[in-house]
Design a protein around this ligand. Structure first.
Ligand SMILES: Cc1cc2nc3c(=O)[nH]c(=O)nc-3n(C[C@H](O)[C@H](O)[C@H](O)COP(=O)(O)OP(=O)(O)OC[C@H]3O[C@@H](n4cnc5c(N)ncnc54)[C@H](O)[C@@H]3O)c2cc1C
Length: 298
C-alpha cells in the first residue's frame, strides 16, 4: 500500500526542525531512519500531514565522552554504534547495537528513532535502562534530560512534548570491576526480540556482588527493572543457585502475552534461560575475559 499524502520538509538545523514541528503541531512527525515510520505509513496505521526529515541535521551522529558521561547522538545508526570505540570498550553496548535486526535496518535505523518508537520489544530501551541512562531532548522550551524509565511512559508512548526531539542519550561509564551483558531471543535477524535481558554487574573480590541491575524487555509495555531479583544477589557471594533464585524472581514480575511468537509459559522459561546466560557472560567480563555476546535465534 502507498502512504496517505503528506508534505515533506527538510530543515537545515536542529532549531529549524524544532520550530517547524512546533508550528505544524501533533499531525507532523519527525522522520529519522524510517525503519519503523515508513512501514507504519505504508500500512496506513498513521497518516501524518507533514514529515520533517531530520536525517541530515548536523551534529547528531556522534559518540562523545565528557565529565564521566558517554553520549550517543540521536541520529547514530545502530550498526555505526556497534562499530564505535564506545561499543569496543563497553561490550554490553555492542551486544545490543550489533544484534538489532539485519544489516539493512542497522545501517539506517537510529538510536533516537528506536527509543522514540518505544516498541515494548525494542532493544535500546532495555539496554539503556540497564545502564541507567538519560534521554537528552531539545524542544521549544529548551533542553532537558529525562531518566529513561520516565521517557517510555507506556507501549509506543514517550514523554516527548509537541515539537520536542530526542537529540541523544547519555550514561555513566561503568566503573572498574563492573561489566554487563545484553541478550535477546529472536525468531530471525529481521524480527524484534521475543524477550531480552540486560545485566550490569559490579563484583568485589571473591565473586561478591557489590551491585547489580537487571532489566527485562518484551515482557510488559515498557522495559521492566527486576528489583527483587537484584536484591537476591546484592552483597552475596554469587553461585548458580543464587542466580537461579534471581531468575525466578525476575520471571515473577514478567507479564508476557501468549502470541504467535510463543505462549506466556514458554516466554517465562525463555526469560529465565536468557538471564542465566547473560549472568555468566557478565561475570566473565567482570573478570576481564573478552567474550563476544550474541543474541539467541530460535
Ligand atoms: C525488519 C525490521 C526488523 C527490526 N528489528 C528490530 C530489532 O530486532 N530490535 C529493535 O530494537 N528494533 C528493530 N527494528 C526497528 C529499528 O530498530 C528502527 O530503526 C527503529 O525502531 C526506528 O528508528 P528509525 O531511525 O528508523 O526511526 P523512524 O522510523 O524514522 O521513526 C520512528 C518514530 O520515532 C520518531 N522519531 C524518530 N527520530 C526521532 C527523534 N530524534 N526525536 C523524536 N522522535 C523521533 C518518528 O517520528 C517515528 O514516530 C526493526 C525494524 C525492521 C523494519
Amino acid at each position: 500500500m502507498y502512504p496517505a499524502p503528506f508534505r515533506y520538509h527538510r530543515p537545515a538545523s536542529l532549531g529549524e526542525a524544532i520550530q517547524m514541528l512546533s508550528a505544524l503541531g501533533e499531525s507532523a512527525k519527525p522522520l529519522a531512519g524510517g525503519q519503523t515510520l515508513i512501514p507504519i505509513l505504508k500500512l496506513r496505521m498513521d497518516e501524518p500531514t507533514d514529515l520533517v526529515d531530520i536525517t541530515h541535521l548536523p551534529d547528531l551522529r556522534h559518540t562523545v565522552e565528557r565529565d564521566g558521561w558517554i553520549e550517543i547522538g540521536a541520529l547514530s545508526p545502530h550498526g555505526w554504534v556497534a562499530k564505535s570505540d564506545i561499543a569496543a570498550s563497553i561490550p554490553i553496548v555492542k551486544d545490543c547495537a550489533g544484534g538489532i535486526a539485519d544489516v539493512q535496518v542497522r545501517s539506517r535505523g537510529t538510536i533516537g528513532g528506536s527509543i522514540s518508537a518505544a516498541d515494548p520489544s525494542g532493544d535500546w530501551p532495555t539496554l539503556l535502562r540497564t545502564l541507567d541512562a538519560e534521554v537528552l531532548c531539545s524542544g521549544p522550551d529548551g533542553n532537558r534530560a529525562i531518566p529513561v524509565q520516565d521517557f517510555n511512559t507506556a507501549a509506543y508512548t514517550t514523554a516527548l512534548a509537541v515539537g520536542e526531539l530526542v537529540v541523544g542519550v547519555r550514561f555513566k561509564r561503568p566503573r572498574a570491576g563492573s561489566a554487563g551483558s545484553y541478550i535477546a531471543y529472536k525468531k530471525s535477524a529481521a524480527a524484534f526480540p521475543v524477550c531480552s535481558v540486560g545485566i550490569q554487574l559490579t563484583l568485589d573480590p571473591g565473586s561478591v556482588c557489590r551491585d547489580v541491575r537487571i532489566v527485562l524487555g518484551g515482557v510488559g509495555p515498557t522495559a521492566r527493572r527486576a528489583m527483587q531479583a537484584e536484591a537476591e544477589l546484592r552483597g552475596k557471594t554469587l553461585s548458580d543457585s543464587l542466580w537461579a533464585r534471581a531468575a525466578d524472581a525476575a520471571s515473577a514480575i514478567a507479564e508476557p502475552n501468549s502470541d504467535a511468537r510463543g505462549t506466556a509459559e514458554f516466554k517465562h522459561s525463555l526469560l529465565r534461560g536468557l538471564l542465566l546466560k547473560s549472568a555468566h557472560t557478565a561475570m566473565y567480563r567482570c573478570a576481564n575475559a573478552s567474550i563476544e555476546g550474541s543474541h539467541v535465534y530460535g
